[in-house]
Write a protein that binds this ligand. Structure first.
Ligand code: IPE
Ligand code: IPE
Ligand code: MG
Ligand code: MG
Ligand code: MG
Length: 297
C-alpha cells in the first residue's frame, strides 16, 4: 500500500495543480482585450486558500477520479468563486478595497472592468467544463450542478438575501438559509463535482457526500463570520470587522462568538460522521473539515 502524503504536502500539490490549470484555462493576457484578460488573471490567480479545488480533489479520491478531470472541475468552480468575490467587493455590494492581500479589482482597474471580469470568469467556468473529455451526459450533469449552485437558488440568491438583510434582524433559520445559499451551495457543488469526475457514485454515496457538504458548507460561513469579528485585516487579506460596520446579520451578531464557535465544532463532527462509511478513503475530506473549522484566515 502506498503511503499517503502529509495533509500539508497534499494541499500544496493541489494548490500548485490548480494554479497550473487556471493558467492554462484562462485566456492569455496578451490576447485582445488584454486589459480584461489581465484583470481576470489578477482576480483569480496567485491567491486564496483554494478550498473549493481542495474539496474537488478530496471527493475525487473516493471515486478514483483522474487528475486532469479533477483539475478541470476545480478550475471551473474556482473561477465561479473568484467571480463571486470580485462582484461581492464592488461598491454596490460590500464595497471592499482589499482582497487576498491585494487591492480589489474595481480599485486596481475600474468598476466596469470588475463587472466584466465577473461576467467573463463565469462564462469561462462553463466553457472549461464543457471542453472536458468524457461522457457528455456526465458533463451535462456537471454543468447543471455548477449552474444551479451559482444562480438565484444558489450563490447569487444568497447574495441577494445578504444585501436585503442589512440592518434586519434575521431568525436563526433565515440566517442559516442565507449562508447555505451564498457559501454552502458552491462548496457542495465542489464536493459533488469531484465525485462526478470519477466512477459514478451510488445514491447512498451521493447522500453521504451531500450531508458532509451541508455541514462544511455552513461551517465555512460561520467561521468566516467569526474571523471577520476576531482576526485582523493583514491575516485575512481582506478588511476585518466589515460585517459589524455594515450592520450585516451574521452568526456572531445573532448567536455570539462562543455559540458560533461551538456550532462550527458541531458541524465539524457532523461532517466526519457523514463520511465515516468511506473509511480511509475519506481522510482528505475529514482533514478539510478540520481545516475549514480550525483555520485562522
Ligand atoms: C470568502 O471565501 C468568501 C466566502 C464565501 C465566505 P474564501 O475564504 O474561500 O476566500 P479565498 O478564496 O480563500 O480568498
Ligand atoms: C460572500 O460573503 C460570499 C460570496 C458569495 C462571495 P462575504 O461578503 O462574507 O465574503 P467576504 O467576507 O467578503 O470574503
Ligand atoms: Mg458579501
Ligand atoms: Mg464581502
Ligand atoms: Mg465575510
Amino acid at each position: 500500500m502506498t503511503e499517503r502524503a502529509a495533509f500539508g504536502d497534499w494541499m500544496k500539490s493541489v494548490q500548485a495543480a490548480i494554479e497550473e490549470a487556471m493558467a492554462s484555462f484562462l485566456p492569455r493576457e496578451t490576447d485582445t482585450p488584454a486589459r480584461l484578460h489581465e484583470a481576470m488573471r489578477y482576480a483569480s490567480m496567485d491567491g486564496g486558500k483554494r478550498v473549493r479545488p481542495l474539496l474537488v480533489f478530496a471527493a475525487g479520491e473516493l471515486f478514483d477520479a483522474k487528475h486532469d478531470a479533477l483539475a478541470r472541475a476545480a478550475a471551473a468552480v474556482e473561477m465561479i468563486h473568484a467571480y463571486s468575490l470580485v462582484h461581492d467587493d464592488m461598491p454596490c455590494m460590500d464595497d471592499d478595497a482589499l482582497r487576498r492581500g491585494k487591492p480589489t479589482v474595481h480599485v486596481k482597474f475600474d468598476e466596469a472592468t470588475a463587472l466584466l471580469v465577473g461576467d467573463a470568469l463565469q462564462s469561462q467556468a462553463f466553457l472549461v467544463l464543457a471542453d472536458g473529455d468524457g461522457d457528455v451526459v456526465r458533463k451535462l450533469a456537471m454543468v447543471r450542478l455548477l449552474a444551479s449552485a451559482s444562480g438565484s437558488v444558489g450563490m447569487c440568491g444568497g447574495q441577494a438575501i445578504d444585501l436585503a438583510s442589512i440592518g434586519v434582524t434575521l431568525s436563526l433559520e433565515e440566517l442559516e438559509q442565507m449562508h447555505r445559499l451564498k457559501t454552502g451551495a458552491l462548496l457542495r457543488a465542489s464536493v459533488l463535482l469531484g465525485a462526478l469526475s470519477g466512477k459514478t457514485p451510488s445514491d447512498l454515496e451521493t447522500a453521504a457526500l451531500d450531508k458532509y457538504a451541508e455541514a462544511i458548507g455552513l461551517a465555512f460561513q460561520v467561521v468566516d463570520d467569526v474571523l471577520d469579528a476576531t482576526a485582523d485585516s493583514a491575516t485575512l487579506g481582506k478588511t476585518a470587522g466589515k460585517d459589524a460596520a455594515d450592520n450585516k446579520p451574521t452568526y456572531v451578531s445573532i448567536l455570539g462568538l462562543e455559540e458560533s464557535r461551538l456550532l462550527a465544532e458541531k458541524l465539524r463532527s457532523d461532517a466526519h460522521l457523514a463520511v465515516a462509511q468511506f473509511g480511509n478513503k475519506a481522510q482528505r475530506l475529514r482533514e478539510l473539515a478540520d481545516l475549514i473549522v480550525q483555520r485562522k484566515a
